[in-house]
Design a protein around this ligand. Sequence first.
Ligand SMILES: C[S@@+](CC[C@H](N)C(=O)[O-])C[C@H]1O[C@@H](n2cnc3c(N)ncnc32)[C@H](O)[C@@H]1O
Length: 251
Amino acid sequence: MNHKHKYHFLRFTVVTLVIICNLLVFPINTTIAATLSTSVYEQKVTHSSDGIGKYYMGREIAQVMGHRGASWLERPSREVQEKPSLIINALNFKPDDVVADIGAGTGYISFMIAPQLPQGKVLAVDIQPEMLDIIEFFKQEKNITNVEPILATSTNPNLPLATVDLALMVDAYHEFEYPREVMSEIVSALKPGGRVVLVEYRGENPFIMIKRLHKMTQRQVKKEMQGVGLVWKETKNLLPQQHLMIFEKQI
Ligand SMILES: C[S@@+](CC[C@H](N)C(=O)[O-])C[C@H]1O[C@@H](n2cnc3c(N)ncnc32)[C@H](O)[C@@H]1O
C-alpha cells in the first residue's frame, strides 16, 4: 500500500468510526438534551428509589403507577379510607360541564362524576393505553356513555382548546414527567374562568402512610400552579388524607 492509499484508508477508517460513535451516542444525547433543554428541570444521579431523578421546582417527580396496580385504584375499601365521593360533592358541577380527569387510571373518579353531568361529559385522560382499555370495559359494564377516554403523551393531555370547565387530577399530578408542559396544555384547554382541582395526599403530615414522593405540600402545589399562571382560590380540608386544592384560570 503506497502513501496515497494509506492516507485514504486512514481517512475512511476515521470517518467510519466517527459515524459509528455518533450512532451509539445519539440516543443518550437526545435524552440528555430533552431533559436539559428545558431549564425548569434538573436531573440528579443520586435520588429516591420511588422517583425518576428528575426535579421540578425543588420536587422530585415520582414514578408512574403502572397499569398492573389498577386493582389498587378499584379496591372496595377506597371509599371507607379516602372518601372520594366527598370530592364529587364538593365541586358543584353544572349539568352541562365538560370535566377533564387527567391521570384517570381505571376511571374510578370519572365514573363517579359522569352521572352529575347529564348534558356534559368527562374526558378521561391517561398515558397508559392499558388504563384506557379498562375505562372502555367499565363504560360497557356500567352502561355510561358520557365518559370519553383520551390517550395522552407525557407532555400533552391532548385536550381540545378552550373547551374544559374543570380539570381534575386525583393522585396523579405528582407523577407527571413533564408537569410544566402538561399544565400549560391544561390551561390552554380551559375555558376562561375554568377551574383546576388537585387532590394530593398531604405532604405536611408524616403520619399519612404514603410514600413521600406520592404526597405534596400545599406550598409546593401553589408554587407549581403559580408557575403556569393559575390563581389559588381555596383549599378544602374535607378528606381524611388528601387536600383538595382549587385554582382558577384568569379571564
Ligand atoms: C395513581 S394513578 C391515579 C388514577 C386516578 N386518578 C384515581 O384516583 O383512581 C395515576 C395515573 O396517572 C397517569 N399519568 C401519569 N402521568 C400522566 C400524564 N403525563 N398524563 C396523563 N396521565 C398520566 C398514570 O398512567 C396513572 O394511571
